[in-house]
Ligand binder design. Structure first.
Ligand code: AMP
Ligand code: MG
Length: 353
């Protein structure tokens, strides 16, 4: 299959019209959103949805998110809309917040991986909304990467993973947030299943206490059931190995410099993911400044791009752990999965030397 790329910066009208036609025909279209690029299919057509799983190589017990263009479309997809959904929708939609509740009969089990609940989001990205509106159906869309790889935050990353597998990529440039949406379950007590740009703190100002799923910062225990099935799989993994070093910025940088030379001696090529606050500590080392610790959203925006680009050019990435407040939680959730939870405590490591 030939994969065509159309810029929606210069040809939004033509691109979204072509894309909507393909979606209605049961085909797949990759499109930009404010979080990451999505790989979309008609969310009411089980066969079309199955093509997403094939193209991504995604395990079929990992459910998808339905994307809508108007708030009122939610009613058709949920059995009913619970009271506490309304203030959340008013505050955060359109935007990077996915809500989960009991599904209605029109939602196929291919979307929910057999679950009785369905995840729905209304993106703020203009191209995404135009595509959904013109398709006239909710669009089921996971991130447009091959399963297990870092999510794509530009059209070139989608092309690298999906060339030959899908007919169309809409190219809208770089994604604003760079990490996937916050996933909040409204079944039972409100629980964040996956952190994102809409933080727990922001949710709590609107609906009061919100729980965090235990799997956000650690791997699932063998007998634990995944509240968010996607979280049990290896995720966001670049070609290179990743190690996360935790501690104060000073201790962390000291530990990373020492590890850097240890691995260099072993013949490995190493890159450091530094932050604005620590970059100067890595003078003479291969280091890329990924963002500002005080504004963790800047780290989120660059993480997947750096994992792909640096990750294909070295053997090992040494990355700094950061505080898990606000957007720091989304950053650490993705980074720890990219590292397969390989983390080193800086102060313990430094005291060994
Ligand atoms: P992605 O498609 O890669 O953005 O991932 C979607 C995330 O939402 C995955 O972690 C899924 O496991 C999660 N998800 C989607 N639908 C549900 C659902 N009904 N219940 C729990 N988690 C869900
Ligand atoms: Mg994904």
């Amino acid at each position: 299959m030939k994969t065509v790329m159309i810029s929606t910066v210069t040809q939004e009208e033509a691109g979204t019209t072509l894309g909507a036609g393909l979606i209605r025909n049961g085909e797949l279209v990759a499109f930009p959103t404010e979080t990451v690029y999505g790989l979309g299919a008609n969310g009411l057509d089980g066969e079309a949805v199955n093509r997403i799983f094939e193209a991504k190589g995604r395990p079929n017990d990992n459910p998808l998110i339905l994307h809508i263009a108007r708030k009122s479309d939610l009613k058709k997809l949920w059995a009913h809309v619970p009271e506490r959904a309304f203030p959340l929708i008013e505050t955060f939609w359109p935007g990077p917040l996915t809500l989960i509740f009991h599904k209605s009969d029109i939602v196929p089990y291919e979307v929910t991986a057999g679950l009785e609940t369905v995840a729905v989001r209304m993106p703020s990205d203009r191209t995404a909304r135009a595509l959904i509106r013109k398709a006239g159906v909710p669009i089921a869309a996971p991130s447009a990467n091959r399963s297990g790889r870092p999510s794509p935050t530009n059209a070139q990353h989608v092309f690298a993973d999906m060339d030959g597998l899908i007919p169309l990529i809409l190219d809208g440039g770089d994604c604003r947030y760079g990490v996937e949406s916050t996933v909040l379950s409204l079944v039972g007590e409100p629980t964040v299943l996956r952190p994102g740009a809409v933080t727990r703190e922001m949710l709590e100002t609107v609906i009061g206490p919100v729980k965090l799923a235990p799997s956000i910062l650690k791997p699932l225990g063998e007998r634990e059931k995944a509240a968010s099935p996607g979280m049990k799989y290896k995720h966001y993994a670049p070609d290179a190995e990743v190690i996360v070093v935790d501690g104060s910025p000073e201790e962390t940088a000291k530990c990373i410099v020492s590890l850097y030379y240890d691995y260099l001696e072993q013949g490995k090529t190493v890159e450091v993911l530094s932050t604005k606050q620590t970059h100067f500590r890595y003078r003479g080392l291969n280091a890329t400044e990924i963002g500002d610790r005080v504004h963790p959203e800047t780290l989120c925006a660059n993480l997947f791009r750096e994992l792909r680009e640096i990750g294909s050019a070295c053997d090992l990435i040494l990355a700094e752990g950061i505080d898990t407040n606000e957007e720091g939680l989304a950053y650490m959730n993705r980074l720890l999965r990219a590292a397969g939870f390989h983390r080193i405590d800086a102060s313990r490591e430094n005291s060994k030397k």
